[in-house]
Design a protein around this ligand. Structure first.
Ligand code: SF4
Length: 85
């Protein structure tokens, strides 16, 4: 995996936290596809909103801007978040 060097510190913090915490997205195929319904996205955002790793996850995703999968802070723009609330 090629990683933006600027994202490495954020990835390291997220990876360390993932060793202690299993987030609800683990094993959920909706997070590894680029095609989700509006209902899926709403549910996913609710799951992420309650996730103890949210801040670390957003920090990584907004720095790295991953090309695949669904990431809070990257795939959900502020207008979408408002709509999902
Ligand atoms: S905030 Fe990140 S780690 Fe937590 S459920 Fe969402 S995608 Fe998974």
């Amino acid at each position: 995996m090629h990683m933006n060097p600027a994202a490495k510190p954020a990835w390291d913090r997220l990876a360390e936290a993932l060793m202690e915490t299993s987030p609800d997205c683990e094993g959920d195929d909706r997070y590894i596809t680029d095609i989700n319904t509006a209902d899926d996205k709403r549910v996913m955002w609710e799951m992420c909103s309650a996730c103890p790793l949210l801040a670390l996850c957003v920090d990584y995703a907004t720095t790295e801007r991953p090309k695949g999968g669904w990431w809070p802070g990257h795939n959900l723009k502020p207008s979408t978040r408002k709509e999902a609330a």
